[in-house]
Write a protein that binds this ligand. Sequence first.
Ligand SMILES: [Zn+2]
Length: 310
Amino acid sequence: MEIPLKGRADLRIGDIAALMRHARKSASYKPALLKALVRCCGQSDDLHISLNSIGREFTKLYWNQTVVYHLRQAASLSKESMAVKLIRRIAQAYKAHDLARLPAAGRAEIDRQMSRLLTVNVLSAFHASRPPGMPPLFQWEPGQDHVAITPKAHAFLKTQAAALELVANFYWAEFLEGCNRLAPRIVQKVSRDGASRKSLQKYFKILSEESNLQCFYCEALLGEQRAPTVDHVIPWSFLLEDDIWDLVLACARCNSSKSDWLPDRAFIEKLLVRNRDLSRDGISLAIGEPEVERLYEAAISVEWPRSWSP
Ligand SMILES: [Zn+2]
């Protein structure tokens, strides 16, 4: 159906929020498309936005949530959205965890399929929950390889970028809370771009004293031959937290082989013992033993990759 162009009012944040609110139970495509459009308008003043550009932004957003944070976009794995199935398939085929390191062939394939997915049930459905009187954010007809936006809509998407991202993040996070009941910090996982981390150097001294400079996992002696690294026992990408209760020294080989996996349960027991030692030495821990165990169980419940051991 053609969306009338005449007599339109201005675009308003409140209308965009209403559009998101009325759609929030269906899927995460609407907040994803809003974020993708905001980012495309931030990068270019072109009033034709190619589906390929939107697809690339979709890939970035869903890659982070799916491969880095292991969040589901559906109540069960079998009902997973097409975007997530596509990303899982490519990540597995290329054994890639970091989108920036995905080989060019994989990146081309994922972007091509993502832009095709937009034409199936994303672009045409976006305005379905539009509140009365709200002008369309963009125009797209089946067969077109781009969406067209008015100068007004472009200015709106560009100047209101921060507020629009907040609205998109809120409704996306709310949707994800329903599918990932035990995953912590969903708002942060939705809002963050990528997985940049803080240095863990400040924990090094205290961990060196506590560990007798042994790798927490393989127990090899650390030193000049084997440089010690600081590792999160429960993966950072699940917790989004750096705190001494979860940090240990590991050899580079264990650290890189463990990657973002959960270790075998025996290492959680070992961590609890280590934390008792820290407490005895007067180091205050942010959380107690039952909470550490619950976080480990929670990660298992969201099907985090697990049972790693050296
Ligand atoms: Zn080791």
